[in-house]
Ligand binder design. Structure first.
Ligand SMILES: Cc1cc2nc3c(=O)[nH]c(=O)nc-3n(C[C@H](O)[C@H](O)[C@H](O)COP(=O)(O)O)c2cc1C
Length: 173
């Protein structure tokens, strides 16, 4: 079992985090804002979901920025980590969901393995995102501003990748 930790500026991410938890019932026991997390809680998990909204100009939210220095104290080796970001492909087309890349780079730097990291760009329209590696998003991407009706299917597709990479089978949601 693992846990999900999210950052949010105005609360929207909490709903997406709950949906993710629903799609990964055997992997995620708890969804919690990173503002209230202790590094020991992350250390105790061999599976983690980390994410939140992209803010500023391709930046992490304030709660993640406060926690981020502690990421350097966590040994992620042996941990599987799935990532996600909310963004706005119309308003922030030049930096769409770019904050997810900051989490991706840090998890890898600290020895972790990112799973659910081959997510298609198809269906999104934007100019640039830092969160693309080898032509794919490195995690789940949702746009609650412009396409909230597509979120459930996007979570489902990503969750399938995560479940396959962790040796779990899909569940009906
Ligand atoms: C001031 C501001 C800055 C934002 N910056 C970005 C950005 O750089 N890239 C992006 O994709 N979305 C950006 N967004 C869109 C948010 O990620 C989006 O509104 C998200 O749903 C907010 O989730 P939250 O309420 O959990 O913080 C920004 C929104 C605001 C209001």
């Amino acid at each position: 079992m693992g846990k999900l930790f999210f950052g949010t500026q105005t609360g929207t991410t909490e709903g997406v985090a709950d949906l993710i938890k629903k799609h990964l019932p055997n992997l995620v026991s708890e969804s919690k804002c990173i503002q209230f997390a202790k590094k020991e809680e992350l250390e105790a998990c061999d599976f983690l979901v980390l994410g939140g909204s992209t803010w500023g100009d391709g930046e992490l939210t304030d709660d993640w920025l406060d926690f981020f220095p502690q990421m350097d104290l966590i040994d992620f080796s042996g941990k599987k980590v799935a990532l996600f970001s909310l963004g706005d492909q119309v308003g922030y087309s030049y930096n769409f969901v770019s904050a997810m890349r900051l989490l991706y780079d840090k998890v890898i730097e600290r020895g972790g393995q990112v799973v659910g990291n081959r997510i298609s760009k198809e269906g999104f329209e934007f100019d640039h995102s830092e969160s693309i590696v080898d032509g794919h998003f490195v995690g789940l991407v949702t746009d609650e501003v412009n396409e909230p009706e597509l979120t459930d299917e996007r979570v489902r597709v990503w969750a399938q990748q995560v479940l396959a990479a962790t040796g779990n089978s899909a569940v009906a949601v």
